[in-house]
Write a protein that binds this ligand. Structure first.
Ligand code: FRU
Length: 498
């Protein structure tokens, strides 16, 4: 029995230690830095940027992203940045919807000591830690370059010189730096005599479709359309479908769905506009780890025509596939991680409950042991001792009573039977004799002797033919009268009335 108990105890301890090891074991991902990402929009270009960030993040397990999207609202974006400040994120990545409107929130974050990386669109002022984004002026210049080439071709085709041309510019949100700079680059690079009409598509395909449709309904057809991004270029192409004419269209971004639209001949070309979410995360890691970083990174831009679009489309599809796989792996990892977290919580609760029960039981048992021991010592042991003593005393008294009775009964007819004689027979002093006889009989020695004589006298009167006189004499009463008196006192009637 004993070794089995010992094994069970050992098993419990082993399980307990295993549980503790699991609880204390290293997590596959224990992010130390929380990065707030504030995105102005959630279109294809931003999703690519987000994926790039997440992919790069795999190299930085000490960082975790919390992303919020403002859906083109300056107010919402400011509120989201303020909530990141309140949550004390370790770093803020922001792609501001409009430079001036979002600047106050970005400044608040920067002044709160949070490093701020501005990505793609700039904010005014210089209260930010790093910037990574495209060269929007150059994007505008590329648009102008394309316009020049297209007009040259048109001139050559029409065999005319210095004719007047018009172009329709579908602009992005006016308060955003890409829209301002792309417009500026375009204007600065256009040749003399080109009229530019601008409509505002605010970066959205649907908005571009609407404003271009409205324009085409009231104005003469332009020679070319330049849109500040591919989505708006596609929107413009959608609007043009209602007319027989085809007008060359250029967009910006050079990713899908723009590339597909070029391959399909829906739009003519685009300018690349890199998102480089990987570089943004790399810069974030450098800043957080106090490593050197470049404060202002301006990304290259190139023209994508029909020839370049197809291989780029294939490449883009591969990247998208990779990113989707990455997303899947991340989702699976997250779900496993959540399961593990859940198991750990359950395990922690079990271990805690076990410990609490163990400690509570142990304390209860120890406290009860003390209490019982004290009770035994203080109450029960003295009682036991008293009882033992009482038993011993009563045993001694019984033996004494037997002996007293025996001696008295053997000497009932002996006139010398008195206190002194009894004391000497029992080897007790007069006082001791009185005390002990009183204890066991409840009366003094002389009364006891007289009682025994009367009992014997009664027996003799009942069992023999002896007279009262003879019995009184036999049992040493001084006279028959005295005997009769004593007998009456003891038995309540005269000896003659028996
Ligand atoms: C995506 C986008 C791109 C454009 C960039 C400008 O949200 O509209 O199409 O090039 O933002 O910031």
């Amino acid at each position: 029995m004993q070794p089995q108990k010992c094994c069970t105890m050992r098993n419990i301890i082993v399980i307990l230690f295993a549980a503790l090891a699991v609880l204390m074991g290293c997590s596959p991902r224990q992010p130390q830095y929380r990065i707030g990402v504030s995105q102005c929009l959630d279109d294809a270009w931003r999703q690519k940027m987000n994926y790039e960030m997440e992919r790069e993040l795999l190299l930085h397990p000490d960082m975790v992203l919390s992303r919020r999207i403002a859906y083109g609202s300056n107010e919402l974006q400011c509120a989201q940045i303020d909530s990141f400040i309140a949550e004390r994120v370790d770093l803020l990545i922001v792609s501001p919807n409009e430079a001036e409107a979002v600047k106050p929130a970005v400044t608040r974050a920067y002044r709160a000591g949070i490093p701020v990386i501005v990505a793609d669109r700039r904010v005014t002022g210089d209260e930010w830690t790093a910037f990574i984004g495209g060269d929007n002026y150059k994007v505008g210049s590329l648009m102008a370059q394309w316009v020049r080439e297209e007009l040259k071709i048109k001139n050559e085709k029409l065999k005319i010189k210095n004719s007047r041309f018009s172009i329709l510019e579908v602009a992005g949100l006016p308060g955003s730096t890409p829209a301002t700079l792309r417009h500026q680059g375009l204007m600065d690079g256009l040749p003399e005599g080109v009229e530019v009409y601008s409509v505002m598509g605010s970066w959205y395909r649907e908005e571009a479709y609407k404003v271009v449709s409205e324009y085409l309904a009231t104005q003469p057809l332009p020679d070319l359309i330049v849109a500040h991004n591919d989505l708006m270029a596609i929107g413009a192409a959608d609007a043009l479908q209602n007319y027989q004419f085809s007008i060359p269209i250029m967009g910006v971004d050079g990713i899908n769905p723009g590339l597909q639209a070029i391959v399909d001949g829906k739009i003519n070309c685009s300018a690349t506009y890199s998102s480089r979410g990987d570089m943004v995360i790399d810069a974030a890691a450098r800043i957080l780890h106090n490593e050197p970083f470049v404060r202002d990174t301006v990304l290259e831009t190139i023209l994508v025509d029909a020839k370049a679009a197809y291989p780029m489309l294939k490449q883009d599809e591969d990247i998208t596939r990779d990113l989707e796989t990455l997303h899947l792996v991340q989702t699976q990892t997250e779900s496993k991680w959540r399961q593990m977290q859940f198991d750990r919580i359950v395990l922690s609760v079990c271990v805690a409950v076990f410990f609490i029960l163990f400690v509570a039981t142990l304390s209860y048992i120890i406290a009860r042991q003390f209490k019982l021991q004290t009770e035994i010592k203080q109450d029960i042991l003295p009682q036991l001792e008293n009882m033992q003593e009482a038993i011993q005393l009563s045993r001694r008294d019984e033996a004494f009573a037997d002996r007293l009775k025996q001696i008295v009964n053997e000497h009932l007819s002996d006139p010398n039977l008195n206190v002194e004689y009894l004391g000497s027979m029992l080897q007790l002093s007069r006082t001791q004799l009185f005390r002990r006889v009183k204890t066991v009989t409840g009366k003094g020695p002389l009364d006891y002797i007289r009682e025994q004589r009367l009992i014997r006298a009664d027996q003799l009167l009942h069992t023999t033919d002896m007279t009262i006189q003879q019995v009184a004499l036999e049992l040493c009463f001084s006279s028959a009268g005295y005997f009769t008196k004593c007998y009456k006192e003891y038995f309540g009637h005269l000896p003659s009335e028996r």
